[in-house]
Design a binder for this molecule. Structure first.
Ligand code: SAH
Length: 347
């Protein structure tokens, strides 16, 4: 099987180019075609000779995905892409417009094994990890489509990024590399449900990214109801791993908290959370649950969500309710991919 050129780092590509007997600067040109001009195929590389391209294509290719569906919100211009990979797998990526610029949310796996009870992405389990090239290409295809550079990137689509650790780390290095997009690591956020050993590894990578932790509960019992992974990685240990991450990197943790009516957003929950985070420098991002048809969990009423947030703020906690984007186009992550797979392409 041919290897995908888009996953190769600058140094790896240089090596391949030298191996096929070409000059080093050809490697620079090809890297730039892929990571600065977002080429879709070797044929796009017009200043590279046909002979060189042919030699390269003996063992390598530039894999491409197609847009299976694109939904555009009439409310705020959010664009939700459903991409089809060469092996037929479907993945979702979303572009959101904010005052400070465009933000893209990408997937890190096809499917997911984490089993969170309210999440559509995990229902069929994990099919496979995405390669570094496939993660990068979600961004490249969207930027080519809009003609605009992004200012923020979040790894919050389908999949658990820390369950695809090596490809994720390579992805962060390549995305922030000046020889490619050169996106500042401070504008990259990686969200995890709390895979402790890999959170520790990540804290040693010397990245300036933001780590977001999907907390979703104010105590261990509650968290177990929503996140099966918390039976293995206990809530207090996960928070401790977050503290260590902050200490090592100086980067403040974002805690994500999906508010689930009748489960985790009572006044008692707010008080427990306030106590837990009283002496921690962090931000809590409250997300009213986006209901999915496969579970009976609902989001809270608007007034209850506001009360919950205010109760946290009154106790000195830095919490905000996340603005919901693309309300009219199938908000919840993984829903588009799932409906499409079931053969109901009507969404
Ligand atoms: N696996 C990673 C990243 C992908 S999910 C993680 O768990 O963090 C990104 C975020 O969306 C997580 O906080 C996840 O819990 C949340 N999420 C998933 N389904 C949701 C839904 N239906 N409503 C609100 N948030 C949801």
């Amino acid at each position: 099987m041919k290897k995908d050129l888009r996953s190769l780092t600058f140094e790896e590509l240089q090596k391949v180019i030298e191996e096929i007997g070409e000059k080093k600067y050809r490697g620079e040109q090809i890297y730039s075609w892929i990571h600065k001009k977002y080429a879709s195929s070797l044929e796009d590389m017009t200043n590279i000779s046909l002979k060189t391209r042919q030699k390269l294509s003996e063992d390598y290719e530039l894999e491409e995905m197609t847009v299976e569906q694109l939904q555009v919100s009439q409310i705020d211009g959010t664009r939700k892409y459903l991409f089809k990979l060469p092996d037929g797998n479907l993945i979702e990526s979303v572009l959101m417009h904010y005052n400070h610029g465009d933000s893209i949310c990408i997937s890190s796996q096809a499917g997911c094994n984490m089993g969170c009870r309210f999440c559509a992405s995990t229902i069929g389990g994990k099919v496979r990890d995405l390669t570094t090239g496939e993660m990068l290409n979600q961004i490249y295809r969207i930027m080519s489509d809009t003609g605009r550079r992004i200012s923020n990137l979040v790894v919050m689509g389908t999949g658990e990024p820390l369950d695809n650790y090596d490809n994720l780390v390579r992805f962060i290095r390549m995305l922030s590399d000046e020889r490619g997009v050169g996106l500042s690591q401070r504008n990259i956020t990686v969200s995890t449900c709390g895979i402790i050993p890999n959170m520790r590894k990540l804290s040693d990578e010397k990245f300036q990214i933001t780590l977001a932790l999907s907390l979703h509960a104010s105590c261990q019992e509650e968290r177990e109801q929503l996140l099966p992974v918390s039976r293995k990685y206990k809530m207090d240990e996960v928070i401790q791993a977050c503290d260590e991450y902050f200490l090592k990197t100086g980067r403040r943790i974002t805690y994500e908290y999906a508010m689930v009516d009748g489960v985790n957003c009572s006044p008692e929950d707010a008080d427990r959370l306030a106590k837990l985070f009283a002496h921690r420098n962090c931000h809590i991002n409250l997300i009213p649950l986006n209901p999915i048809s496969e579970s009976s969990f609902k989001g809270p009423r608007r007034r209850d969500a506001l009360d919950f947030c205010r109760r946290l703020n009154d106790r000195g906690i830095n919490a905000t309710i996340r603005r919901s984007m693309g309300q009219d186009i199938d908000g919840a992550c993984g829903q588009l991919r799932r409906r499409w797979k079931e053969g109901d392409g009507s969404c």
